[in-house]
Design a protein around this ligand. Sequence first.
Ligand SMILES: N[C@@H](CCC(=O)N[C@@H](CS)C(=O)NCC(=O)O)C(=O)O
Length: 224
Amino acid sequence: MAYTIILGNKVYSSWSLRGWLLMRPFGIPFDQKVIELHSPDFARFRDETPPALTVPTLLSRDGSDTLTVWDSLSIAEFLHERHPEAGIWPADPAARAAARSLCAEMHSSYRPLRSTMPMNMRRQYRTFTPDVDAQADIARITLLWRWAKERWGGGGPYLFGGNFTAAEAFYAPVASRFRTYGVKLDDVSQAYADAVLAHPATAEFIDDAMRESWVSEKNEMDID
Ligand SMILES: N[C@@H](CCC(=O)N[C@@H](CS)C(=O)NCC(=O)O)C(=O)O
């Protein structure tokens, strides 16, 4: 079985960071193909990989069969089924249910945060103020982080202790946004966001992002 993960611009594509972090930290071997969002190459990817519409998309090749998995939550579950020993989800069933709830909420919510604070790994704004709806998202996310760390963290750097899990993969883009937009966090949330961004797999993605030259004006803000 051989995997290829298709990703968008690493500077901007928050969902691509999730896909990457569902594989790299867990030692799952894969090739990657990075495509510029909204480009002719992206249109070609859609034509050649039906019914995929968005990135990340995982191609799993087994002999002459290729399976297409085109959504981050599905990729998490698919890889967990294929590699149960990898620790993508916490081992404890109650912790696993909590981790899945956290990821599902990230997957389905926080539209104000996403739309007004797009991920941009290159920038660190000093003068940005989140609007009231984005503030509510930030309050909810940091409440969840503190809750999970207190209940399941056991003093480790991550939400479910010492091991990086899918929960970190799903919230890493939020940690990146908090850094980009200079969001002031409580101490627990700041330490957690720093730990997620410092993980070698996240750091590798950020290094790759810094080497990209693509610029998307709609993801750039005209402020300091
Ligand atoms: N529900 C999808 C969302 C993926 C998504 O929206 N990806 C964006 C890139 S960050 C995308 O492919 N956008 C291309 C487009 O909408 O044209 C997932 O969980 O993977």
